[in-house]
Design a binder for this molecule. Structure first.
Ligand SMILES: NC(=O)c1ccc[n+]([C@@H]2O[C@H](COP(=O)([O-])OP(=O)(O)OC[C@H]3O[C@@H](n4cnc5c(N)ncnc54)[C@H](O)[C@@H]3O)[C@@H](O)[C@H]2O)c1
Length: 253
C-alpha cells in the first residue's frame, strides 16, 4: 500500500491517455487532484474530481498554470506535480528540414510548461512534508528512435523529451536540498489518443508486440502506476532517475 496522507497534486494533460490515468489513480490513492488540459473535462473524471478541480486551458499559458496552483493551494497546498501534457506534431521530422515553429511549439508544450509549473509551484512545494514531481518524458528522450507514425526521425519530439530528461535531473539536483524529489517516467509504446491511429492497424500492433519482450503494448495505467510509486513515501530515497516503463523494449536495444 503506497502512502499519500492528505496530499495534493496537480496533473497536466489529464484530458486523456496517461494524464487521465494518473489523475484517476492518484484520486483512488486518496490524493486531492487539480487536473488540467486543453480538452474539455473528460467524463471519466466523474466521481474522482469535481468540476472546480478541472482547469481547462493551454498549459503554455502562465495564467493557466497560476490558476492550477491557486486552486491546489486553496485545497491545502501543492505536494506533487505530474506533467503529462504533450504533443507529437504532424509536421515533425528531421531537424535538418524542420520549421523553427514546430520545434518551438513542441518544446513549449512538452518541456517548458513542466519547468514553468515547477517554478510557479516552488514556494508551496517547499512547504510540503514530502514534495515530489514526476515528468512524463519518453524512451525517445534516452535513445534514438524511429518515428513510430511514419518512420524516419521525429526530432522536435525527441529533442523535447531529451530536454525533459535533462531538466528533470537538474531540478532533482537543485531541489534536493529542499527535500523536493524529481524524476521522469519514460514510457515505451502506450495506446492513448496520441497513438490510437497507429494501433488501429492490427499489423502494427503485432509488430510492436513482437518487439516488446513482455509481448504487449502498454496501457495508460502502466505509466500511472509508475508515477504513483515515484510520488509515494515509499520512493523517498529516489530522485534524479528516469524510470523506463516499456515492457522490456529498451533492454533489447
Ligand atoms: N502514448 C505513448 O506511446 C507515449 C510514449 C512515450 C511518451 N508519451 C508521453 O506521455 C504524455 C501523455 O501522452 P498520451 O500518450 O497520454 O497522449 P494524449 O494525447 O492522450 O495526452 C496528451 C494530453 O496533453 C494535452 N495537451 C496537448 N497540448 C496541450 C496544451 N498546449 N495545453 C494543455 N494540454 C495539452 C492533450 O489535450 C492531451 O489530453 C505525453 O507527454 C507523451 O509525449 C506517450
Amino acid at each position: 500500500m503506497l502512502t499519500f496522507e492528505g496530499r495534493n497534486a496537480i496533473v497536466t494533460g489529464a484530458g486523456g491517455g496517461i494524464g487521465l490515468a494518473c489523475a484517476i489513480m492518484l484520486t483512488e490513492c486518496g490524493i486531492h487532484v487539480i487536473a488540467t488540459d486543453l480538452k474539455d473535462r473528460p467524463e471519466a473524471l466523474d466521481g474522482h474530481i469535481d468540476e472546480t478541480a478541472f482547469v481547462r486551458g493551454d498549459i503554455t499559458d502562465d495564467a493557466v498554470i497560476a490558476e492550477c496552483v491557486r486552486r491546489s493551494q486553496a485545497a491545502g497546498g501543492v505536494d506533487y506535480l505530474v506533467t503529462s501534457a504533450g504533443v507529437f506534431s504532424p509536421d515533425d521530422g528531421s531537424m535538418l528540414d524542420l520549421r523553427g515553429d514546430t520545434i518551438d511549439r513542441t518544446m513549449q508544450i512538452n518541456t517548458l510548461s513542466a519547468i514553468q509549473l515547477a517554478r510557479q509551484s516552488l514556494t508551496l512545494l517547499k512547504e510540503s512534508p514530502a514534495p515530489a514531481m514526476v515528468h512524463v518524458a519518453s524512451m525517445v528522450g534516452l535513445r534514438n528512435m524511429e518515428n513510430i507514425f511514419e518512420g524516419g526521425p521525429s526530432d522536435a519530439y525527441q529533442l523535447s523529451k531529451a530536454a525533459m530528461v535533462s531538466a528533470s535531473r537538474s531540478l532533482a539536483m537543485q531541489l534536493a536540498g529542499d527535500g523536493i524529489r524529481c524524476n521522469t517516467v519514460c514510457p515505451g509504446c502506450v495506446v492513448t489518443p496520441m497513438t490510437e491511429q497507429i494501433y488501429a492497424d492490427p499489423e502494427r500492433v503485432r509488430a510492436m508486440e513482437a518487439r516488446t519482450p513482455l509481448g504487449r503494448i502498454g496501457r495508460p495505467e502502466d505509466i500511472a502506476g509508475a508515477c504513483a510509486y515515484l510520488l509515494s513515501d515509499q520512493a523517498s530515497f529516489v530522485t534524479g532517475i528516469d524510470l523506463v516503463v516499456d515492457g522490456g523494449q529498451m533492454a533489447k536495444l
